[in-house]
Design a protein. Structure first.
Length: 313
């Protein structure tokens, strides 16, 4: 139990960072009804760009901005492959992800990983900050949980505003009913590309934050990102679906879902002593369980409706 409590702040910090990525997954998966596999590549792209720029002497803020733009470009490639080339969305994402492997290697100087050997004050979030705050060396407002929490709130507020505009509403309409959207004069292809651009921008920003937190970027850091993103989306929906009806709160629920995911993972590892090499298998099991919960609930725990004395399933 002690080891779990000691690891809890780190699990929450990582949950918040990955929660930004999960918000990007929510945009494509829930709003556009696209399972975008680009995220496994664009997550690493954001981290690689951020690490290389900070190592080259850039300030952390413009480095993260360039990482955001790099992720948006990756999403645009997937969108154009899908809309302009007629490639199914899931295959377009796979193709972009495959290409990004080489791109990410090139960004990191053809090395599989790059470390950040810079002054910790050059970073926005850092595991070293977490350790120092825990020892009382630094004030709480420099804690990764506080900083990334503010980041998340700002992102949710911006997205809430954007999806309330005419352009944002057309994007949501495209995902809900593309045929009706086209009938209303909405350019659905543009909306899909825009959604993928915004989504992968969020994913790359999350990768940039994680690379700072762990002080390195690795070519495999985005592997399985789509699983974690979907887990956060599903967990947030299962736990808060009945409570959070507002769109902004739904985005917030995704971030909280990511925290729950990482806390559950940490709890299982700390309390059961399971080998960390089985982490991917454990993640798959947890995601499968949360994906199955809505089905089990509707199948076994929903009372049948009664109409006119007759029971209907």
């Amino acid at each position: 139990m002690t080891s779990f409590l000691n690891a809890l702040p780190g699990a929450i910090s990582q949950g918040l960072i990955w929660g930004i990525m999960a918000i990007g997954v929510y945009i494509t998966y829930k709003l556009l009804d696209i399972a975008d596999l680009t995220v496994d590549g664009s997550f690493c792209t954001g981290g690689a760009v951020c690490v290389m720029l900070i190592a080259a002497g850039w300030n952390v803020w413009p480095a993260m901005l360039v990482a955001l733009i790099a992720g948006m470009l990756a999403g645009m490639v997937t969108g154009l492959l899908h809309t302009s080339c007629g490639i199914p969305a899931i295959l377009a994402g796979i193709l972009t992800q495959l290409g990004l492997w080489s791109v990410n290697l090139a960004i990191m100087g053809m090395k599989a990983n790059q470390s950040l050997n810079v002054n910790k004050f050059d970073l926005l979030v850092s595991l070293r900050y977490l350790q120092e705050v825990g020892k009382g060396v630094r004030p709480f407002w420099q804690h990764p949980i506080f900083l990334v929490g503010l980041f998340t709130i700002a992102i949710v507020a911006i997205l809430y505003w954007f999806f309330g505009t005419e352009l944002g509403s057309s994007l949501r309409s495209t995902g809900a009913n593309p045929n009706m959207s086209r009938a209303q004069g909405i350019n659905t292809n543009f909306a899909k590309v825009l959604g993928l651009v915004i989504s992968n921008g969020m994913v790359a920003l999350s990768g940039a934050l994680l690379s700072q937190y762990q002080s390195f970027a690795d070519i495999n850091m985005g592997r399985g990102a789509i699983v974690i993103g979907l887990a956060a989306v599903i967990i947030g929906e299962v736990v808060f679906g009945k409570l959070f009806r507002n769109f902004g709160l739904k985005l917030l629920a995704v971030s909280i879902g990511s925290i729950i995911y990482y806390v559950v993972i940490q709890a299982v590892i700390s309390l059961s002593g399971i080998n960390s090499n089985y982490l991917k298998l454990l993640s798959a099991v947890i995601v499968a369980i949360f994906l199955a919960v809505p089905y089990w609930k509707s199948r076994h725990f929903t009372k049948p409706m009664k109409r006119g004395g007759t029971t209907h399933a």
